[in-house]
Design a protein around this ligand. Structure first.
Ligand code: MN
Ligand code: MN
Length: 447
């Protein structure tokens, strides 16, 4: 009764206060290589490359699907037919993709630009006037692959989407709704301004084509079979006088992916066979052959572990954590949150019983039994956690990959770090939430 609350009441408590001094030291140092990971893995392919090379260095069994999704497996003491403990995270983030014929010259402004098509849920005004890097691949007709990564080295050039000066934006932007002020078709990236020598109709475009051919041996046709992604060129940094937070692009969902990777690397001789899944395309609804909706990949992993096993009955017996981020209560916008049921930065990993929108449409609604099991597991291991719901009912909504696996019959619940400014080019997380997530995945995989 010291704080005037009943001892039977649910209380939110800062993980900074719950963790011991030693644990806080561990949490803070855990975030250092995390920032390096965020800097080297800004796209789904780069994340998979990092995960594969780390797993191979540590001699772990890893299966890869088309450079875009992967599964790390550690065989347990119990036979495969008794089911798995699976944790899944996604490794794609919102960004600006280049169109297939992206290059054009705007002769009025004397510039060459790339056309883009945004990927995932963005607020378009976030993506103008910031430094952007270009990452991705160009695949030529003979199958050879050119890898792009420009704008990350201090000596590299960067790219940027220009915006109108305030002096002239009154009619075209200032009086519009905020998400209509910047049009998707105006999210084009400046890539050059120097004209070529010679008798070309569009000299700036010609100069860019010549440069691309000279440096990468590619033509405009090759860009048709390319996946080039413009991502923020910022580096991950500590935020705050106390350095308690991390600011970086792509922390949805790479904070969970990183915590999961570290957790599975630390597992030895688990009871059940454990699987860490990393998938692409979550931000566009988990569509396509490298996404969470492609259960074929998981089935092929299971078949590799035990060719004779009845896959459906194994799936029914398996348990899953969907490791994805939750919205953190945002200062100055607390109105959209129902604060008793919202999660805040620094209170530990967030357990989300259900996602979806409206009357729980499109939700995975985990059973009370499974929630109790996970809650007991977290408390037993003394891991800081909080419960969370995306926002007030009918204010919006969103989903994770949880529902696609729940359809296969297994118990699934969302458990991940809270994120401030989710889907913005610069997202904020807390170091203790990252560490709580790692401890939660480790404990679940071991159990
Ligand atoms: Mn996510
Ligand atoms: Mn997301």
């Amino acid at each position: 009764m010291k704080d005037g609350e009943s001892k039977y009441a649910y209380k939110k408590k800062s993980a900074w206060e719950r963790f011991s001094k030693t644990q806080i030291t561990k949490a803070v140092s855990f975030a250092e290589p995390y920032k390096t990971f965020l800097n080297v893995a800004k796209t789904e392919r780069e994340a998979i490359h990092f995960i594969v090379s780390t797993a191979k260095t540590k001699k772990k069994e890893i299966l890869v699907n088309q450079e875009k999704s992967a599964a790390i497996v550690i065989r347990g003491k119990k036979p495969v037919r008794e089911g798995f403990h699976i944790v899944i995270s996604h490794i794609d983030s919102p960004r600006l993709d280049l169109k297939q014929v992206p290059l054009y010259q705007d002769s009025e402004s004397n510039l060459a630009l790339f056309e883009t098509h945004y990927y995932g849920g963005i607020k378009k005004f976030h993506w103008v006037v910031i430094p952007l890097a270009l990452h991705g691949v160009i695949v030529k007709k003979d199958g050879t692959k050119v890898t792009f990564r420009i704008g990350e080295d201090e000596k590299d050039p960067v790219f940027s989407v220009p915006d109108l000066l305030p002096h002239l934006s009154h009619d075209v932007q200032d009086n519009k709704k905020i998400n209509e002020a910047i049009k998707a078709e105006s999210l084009d990236i400046v890539i050059g301004s120097m004209p070529a020598k010679g008798d070309f109709k569009e000299k700036i475009k010609a100069a860019i084509l010549e440069k691309l051919h000279k440096e990468y041996a590619i033509t405009e046709h090759d860009l048709i079979s390319a996946e080039l992604e413009a991502v923020p060129a910022f580096k991950a940094r500590d935020i705050g006088f106390d350095r308690s937070l991390v600011g970086a692009y792509g922390q949805d969902d790479r904070i969970c992916a990183y915590a999961l990777l570290q957790a599975i690397l630390d597992i030895k001789n688990p009871k059940h066979t454990v699987i860490a899944l990393f998938v692409d395309k979550e931000e566009i609804g988990s569509e396509g052959n490298v996404s969470a909706q492609t259960a074929t990949f998981l089935r092929s992993v299971i078949r590799k572990l035990d060719v004779n096993v009845d896959i459906d009955s194994v799936l029914l017996k398996s348990k899953m954590i969907s490791a994805d981020v939750q919205s953190a209560v945002t200062p100055n916008y607390t109105d959209v949150f129902e604060l008793k049921n919202a999660s805040s930065l620094g209170n530990g990993v967030v357990m989300t019983k259900f996602t979806g929108h409206g009357g729980k449409y499109m939700a995975n609604d985990a059973s009370a039994e499974y929630v109790a099991e996970i809650r007991a597991m977290l408390d037993k291991a003394d891991i800081p956690w909080q419960t969370g719901e995306l926002g007030k009912v009918d204010k919006g909504g969103g989903g994770t990959v949880a529902k696609y696996f729940a359809r296969l019959g297994m118990n699934v619940i969302d458990l991940g770090a809270p994120v401030l400014s989710m889907h913005a080019p610069y997202e904020i997380t807390s170091k203790v939430d990252l560490y709580s997530s790692y401890l939660a995945y480790l404990t679940f995989l071991k159990s």
